[in-house]
Design a protein around this ligand. Sequence first.
Ligand code: M6R
Length: 352
Amino acid sequence: EKGTYDHFMLKEIDEQPFVIRRIIQEYEKDGNLHIDPEIIADVKEADRLYIIAAGTSYHAGLIGKQLIENIAGIPVEVHISSEFIYNTPIISKKPLFIFISQSGETADSRAVLVKIKKLGYKSLTITNVEGSTLSREANHTLLIHAGPEIAVASTKAYTAQIAVLSILAYMVNEDNEIDLHHELSLVATVIETLCDRKELMEELARKFLSETRNCFYIGRHIDYYVALEAALKLKEISYIQTEGFAAGELKHGTIALIEKGTPVIAVISQEDINLNTRSNVKEVRSRGANTLVIALDSICAGTDQVVIDDVHPLLTPLVTIVPIQLIAYYAALHRELDIDKPRNLAKSVTVE
Ligand code: M6R
């Protein structure tokens, strides 16, 4: 039910703080974060993890790679399911396959699961739907507890998938120094404050996106992965042709597309990339781009239009994506489009 909302998408964006808190609760046992020890044992035993997913879930997988490699120290490859099936890489000696799928029904991902099962490899599905095909057919399941996601554009499932991946990474290396319980609670609070700033996001959507036919999201490192998800979100509901681009790669060709008024939105959440991404912003601005910066508080500049309270550096995608989701929503709203059911798309893609 939409309740007082005009669209499921906005309702689902607003539900994100609640979902993060529910995930903490669901994964808590005797006051500590907890995951089935059999799953943890299978992850620890693996010499390499292969994350397989499509669309937004693939983008969550890219963040998952950062979390698992940084916290748990296990190498991770992330693959688009429809590509992996043909272009299968050389597989390590003891792989574990992790399928990320909101619906648990995506045919491209299922095809990979069928294939790797035949090869005798173990699997874990991270999904929102208990009893879904991918959940039933994999060795293990972790639920993301996001509640039904109705809007075609995935929002709360993305943040929930990342939150669960962070708990998985954390449980695999109990010697890590992160107080994840505290950090995720902080994330929930920061998302809440962002959801309270809808007027600003609406104004930014109007100012930067109402006239344009194209748009760029740029970032480096983890922010680049967020830029990919940002571009998908904006293009699928507003039909604005949007690219998510590695900020440093622009000057190797794509900067030729920048002309007067092209919106370029930069995501800046990490100290080590701050100055370099800012110099890329300058480069495009001097070529006429309309630049918008979304940055974390501790590294922000006075001119940044969206400043977000600090969270743990590995968890920044959970907060930087929220203004991006809202901006996409308002861009589509201003264009009077069918936000929850964009053209040519279905909520779950059950053909290969
Ligand atoms: O149900 P899944 O997570 O497997 O779905 C994967 C993609 O089809 C899905 O994320 C799609 O990209 C969304 N429309 C993105 O908002």
